[in-house]
Design a protein around this ligand. Structure first.
Ligand code: HEM
Ligand SMILES: *[C@@H]1O[C@H](CO)[C@@H](O)[C@H](O)[C@H]1NC(C)=O
Length: 353
């Protein structure tokens, strides 16, 4: 059963390789270290082959992305914030033991669900939409499209449907049989991080400063709860004073929705100019001292010229931001995927088979 399923994937993989060999050829020319024997094409991470490739479902489930997009369209029309929530889900999946859908697993006697972690509890959402997508995929192509790929496809689709860039998405991730509550608590950066902290959290995942600044641009959509930015308003440095980098009128506005105690779940947009549109206002607002989280504003004020200049560049030129965002999303999506015989394709994203 396992072997049969795997050889089906292998066949699909080989045919996809053949069909795509032309484009892979040009890639291999660009990367002299490319090795055809290393397990197949597409999806590089720092020049190292990740095992994922965009045509993975070309024969086994050609309609996969259409199904994802149709469910997303309905869900996002019904609730525009859902695009942001699904984009974030991919981030919180990938930063914890790789992009393996570990975040989707519910608590059992053997699994300590990541949904309970500090960064996720009361915060991460979109599980019902993932379930809907998966249910439609199971109907069209049983046990073929992994939950980890569903999350990656949903993140890309949500970006597109919010007006952001499109990109070629390497696929073929398999799903974990485990989750890591502790990994979720320790690998996802907190919102009051210093810039140095942020750089460290990202470099642990093989992501650099450029990725940090570009991917933070996800905060051009969605919202954050009072509890994630309260420290900035009332006691940023242990001196009972607001964060001095916070623009004054913006401070008053935030204080009116986020009192010094209580109202933990009151929400504020991460980009108050256009909270459902994927654009570069996030960076423009940071330039004005109107980044919502400490982790947003420190990109400008954290005393790294390189990082500050990236913020300025993306604030000035949305095209440059979109291009880098797409590139960094591919890089994030390639973090330690399970491939080959590792992991499984879950039938239900909430539990192991
Ligand atoms: C750089 C470090 C980052 C920090 C410290 C951070 C922190 C946060 C926090 C605290 C929230 C609000 C959560 C809540 O109040 O419940 C949030 C929301 C969000 N984050 Fe991040 N984040 C970071 C990077 C990223 C990345 C890399 C992505 C995606 C690639 C992302 C996508 C989002 C989105 C889309 C939302 C809005 C979610 C919604 O409205 O449901 N963030 N982030
Ligand atoms: C961030 O917040 C946590 C939890 O409230 C706190 O323990 C930590 O000291 C804060 N870190 C910084 C750099 O302010």
């Amino acid at each position: 059963m396992q072997v049969e399923e795997y050889s089906k994937q292998t066949m699909a993989f080989l045919s996809a390789m053949f069909m795509a060999s032309l484009s892979f050829f040009s890639v291999s020319m660009a990367f002299p270290g490319f090795n055809w024997g290393g397990g197949g094409g597409g999806g590089f991470r720092g020049g190292v082959y990740s095992g994922l490739f965009p045509e993975y479902y070309q024969y086994s489930c050609p309609q996969a992305n259409d199904i994802v997009m149709s469910v997303l369209e309905r869900a996002i029309k019904n609730e525009p914030r859902m695009a942001a929530s699904l984009l974030r889900l991919h981030f919180h999946d990938c930063f914890v033991q790789g992009c393996d859908a570990s975040i989707l697993l519910d608590e059992t006697s053997t699994i300590r669900s990541e949904k309970r972690s500090n960064p996720n509890r009361n915060s991460v959402r979109g599980f019902d939409v993932i379930d809907q997508i998966k249910a439609e995929l199971e109907e069209a192509c049983p046990q073929t499209v992994s939950c980890a790929d569903v999350v990656a496809l949903a993140a890309r689709g949500s970006t597109i449907l919010s007006g952001g860039p499109n990109w070629e998405l390497p696929l073929g991730r398999r799903d974990s049989k485990t989750a890591s509550l502790q990994g979720s608590n320790t690998n996802i950066p907190p919102p009051n991080s210093t810039l140095q902290n942020l750089v460290t959290f990202f470099s642990r995942q093989g992501l650099d400063e450029v990725d940090l600044v570009a991917l933070s641009g996800s905060h051009t959509i969605g919202v954050a709860r009072c509890v994630t930015f309260r420290q900035r308003l009332y006691n940023q440095n242990g001196d009972n004073q607001p964060d001095e980098t916070l623009e004054r009128s913006f401070y008053y506005e935030l204080a009116s929705t986020c009192p010094s105690s209580g109202g933990d779940n009151n929400i504020s947009p991460l980009d108050f100019v256009s909270q459902t549109k994927f654009d570069n206002y996030y960076y423009q607002l940071i330039m004005e001292g109107k980044g919502l989280l400490t982790s947003d504003e420190v990109l400008l004020t954290g005393k790294s010229d390189k990082i500050m200049n990236l913020v300025k560049m993306y604030a000035d030129d949305e095209k440059v931001f979109f291009k880098q965002f797409a590139e960094s999303m591919v890089k994030m999506g390639n973090i330690s995927p399970l491939t080959g015989y590792n992991g499984e394709v879950r039938k239900n994203c909430r539990q192991v088979n």
